[in-house]
Design a protein around this ligand. Structure first.
Ligand code: HXC
Ligand code: NAP
Length: 284
């Protein structure tokens, strides 16, 4: 769907790029000509992923150990990336932590760990990269991965919900404030996309089918669908899109929100009866 040189000459820093959706997006960027840094805590996984992606695409991947909660370490990783590739043009804030739990069962440390990875991690990278780009007078782009419940809120993932909604607000705020420096910013809000990281922590055993039933398209997302959207949103082709949150969820959250959407349980006979009842009421 894209020209193969769409991201030629772009260097993209992907947090959490060793696994799951970060890995899939990194692979798509490489196929489209980008150079990629993947950064997270577990170096062994990053090295394995880097080797796999380089073999699959022929592109160049730099793995860097990084805990995004540590601002000093973020600056160190940025320096290492610039020393290796000459510059970094795009930041993808994808790293996250999450698990389902009744909120009252959480320790304060459990709350902290999620908010720190998701919100502090995202503003740490955004601030460090932003200061660097502004000092260098370099135009740049940021893409943040949030969730649909960043807008709606959700029980049982409350630390994640409040942190993702903070990242969403960061996106909208800095898209405006930093446009004058040529730094633009958007977010993607995915619905369910199977990954080992999310499924192991979020899907109670036996409830998988209920997850799919809630989605109007009756299927979960495919990684390539998200990766193509991300490729477009980091490319120069989408430059005039700034401060947006693009949902990619097969219509899932709207299905829950629309007052009468539950009526898809009615049979044709019940619809016939309903019509007769309404027409009768119209005549009275
Ligand atoms: C309650 C829990 C818990 C759980 C950990 N804790 N797991 N509390 N229920 N399931 C508590 C611990 O007891 C501890 O508190 C505190 O959290 C910190 O735990 P650690 O294990 O020390 O933290 P750490 O090793 O840093 O691991 C971080 C993590 C882990 C977030 C807990 O899950 C992780 O590394 N996740 C990274 C990947 C990930 O989560 N991917 C999913 C993203 S999916 P105490 O007080 O006991 O010391 C996503 C969106 C999905 O975000 C949307 C789907 C539609
Ligand atoms: P994942 O594979 O578990 O990815 C999370 C990544 O974050 C891991 O690679 C992890 O690597 C990294 N990470 C965690 N803590 C970190 C830290 N402190 N510093 C640096 N990196 C850290 O899960 P995923 O499903 O692909 O999630 C990717 C993104 O999509 C997340 O933002 C998630 O919220 C979002 N999302 C996913 C879904 C879905 O259905 N899968 C839906 C909506 C939104 P290390 O362990 O090596 O640090």
């Amino acid at each position: 769907m894209f020209q193969t040189d769409l991201l030629k000459d772009k260097t993209i820093f992907v947090t959490g790029g060793g696994t799951g959706l970060g890995k899939s997006m990194a692979q798509r960027f490489l196929e489209l000509g980008a150079k990629v840094i993947i950064a997270s805590r577990k170096m062994e996984i990053l090295e394995r992923t880097a080797a796999e992606l380089m073999k699959a695409t022929g592109g160049e991947v730099l793995p860097l150990a990084l805990d995004v909660r540590d601002y000093g370490a973020v600056n160190g990783a940025l320096e290492a990336a610039v020393a290796h590739f000459g510059s970094v043009d795009i930041l993808l804030n994808n790293a996250a932590g999450n698990f389902v739990s009744p909120t009252e069962a959480l320790s304060h440390k459990a709350f902290d760990v999620i908010v720190d990875i998701v919100l502090r991690g995202s503003y740490n990278t955004t601030l460090a990269f932003g200061k660097h780009w502004i000092a260098k007078k370099q135009a740049a782009r940021v893409l943040n991965i949030v969730t649909t419940y960043a807008t709606t809120g959700s029980g049982y993932v409350v630390p994640s919900a409040i942190a993702k909604s903070g990242v969403q607000t960061l996106t909208k705020s800095l898209a405006v404030e930093w446009a004058k420096y040529g730094i633009t910013m958007n977010a993607i809000a995915p619905g369910p996309f199977p990954t080992e990281g999310a499924w192991a922590r979020l899907l109670p055993p036996g409830l998988e089918q209920q997850f799919v039933e809630r989605i109007p398209l009756k299927r979960v997302g495919e990684h390539i669908e998200l990766a193509n959207l991300a490729a477009y949103l980091v490319s120069d082709q989408s430059h005039y899109i700034n401060g947006e949150v693009i949902t990619i969820d097969g219509g899932e959250w709207l299905k829950g929100a629309g007052e009468f959407n539950f009526l898809d349980v009615l049979t044709p006979q019940e619809w016939g009866e309903m019509e007769r009842q309404v027409r009768k009421a119209n005549k009275q």
